[in-house]
Design a protein around this ligand. Structure first.
Ligand code: S3P
Length: 192
């Protein structure tokens, strides 16, 4: 039985285009849990799109809103699958918050060309407007140590289907699939 203090979140982190939202939504559906996405929460708080926030208020304000959104999301009363936008882990306090509240933190990763082909579909990524390959390569260099330090599991995806990635996360995190709680089904099989 989970105590009220038991972390109730499965957290997905990784660069833009790594599949956090797509996989997170499918994982939540499979586990019958709530799905949340930090960019959606930011847009709800700000009542404007991520792109509008970047363009009108700048990245610093976006990052403040992002931290606020994470505090609210980590206060969720129901077990949640949380997709955390790529840059949120830059902040130490965001990292501490996620570490405190997550049952497991999965770093979704993919080669840069794969990220590029996926990010073409999102309008909420102004940081990729100019030189997406150069920007993503720089972000990879800057952020990889942070993803690494935070993640309980690292999963490189390229040709797997969404369902395959979902099943892999369920297995890596030893999750039960009855949708009642985030208790473990067996000994936690964390690998790094
Ligand atoms: C960003 C990632 C985006 C969005 C914004 C900035 C980043 O979210 O928050 O464009 O700095 O990596 P996704 O990771 O969901 O694409």
């Amino acid at each position: 039985m989970n105590s009220p203090d038991t972390p109730q979140m499965i957290v997905l982190i990784g660069l833009m285009g790594s599949g956090k939202t797509t996989v997170g939504r499918a994982l939540a559906k499979r586990l019958k849990l709530v799905f949340s996405d930090s960019d959606d929460a930011v847009e709800k708080i700000a009542k404007r799109s991520v792109r509008e926030i970047f363009e009108n208020q700048g990245e610093d304000i976006f990052r403040k809103l992002e931290s606020q959104a994470l505090v609210e999301l980590c206060d969720a009363k129901s077990p949640t699958v949380l997709a955390v936008a790529g840059g949120a882990i830059i902040s130490q306090s965001n990292r501490d918050l996620l570490q405190k509240n997550a049952k497991c933190i999965v770093w979704l990763d993919a080669p840069t060309p794969t990220l590029i082909s996926r990010t073409g579909r999102g309008k909420h990524r102004p940081l990729l407007d100019g030189d997406p390959v150069g920007s993503l390569n720089k972000m990879r260099l800057d952020r990889e140590p942070l993803y690494q330090s935070l993640a309980t599991h690292h999963l490189v995806t390229q040709s797997q289907t969404i369902d395959e990635v979902v099943e892999r996360i369920i297995s890596l995190c030893s999750l039960q699939t009855n949708g009642l709680s985030l208790t473990e089904s067996s000994e936690n099989g964390a690998v790094r």
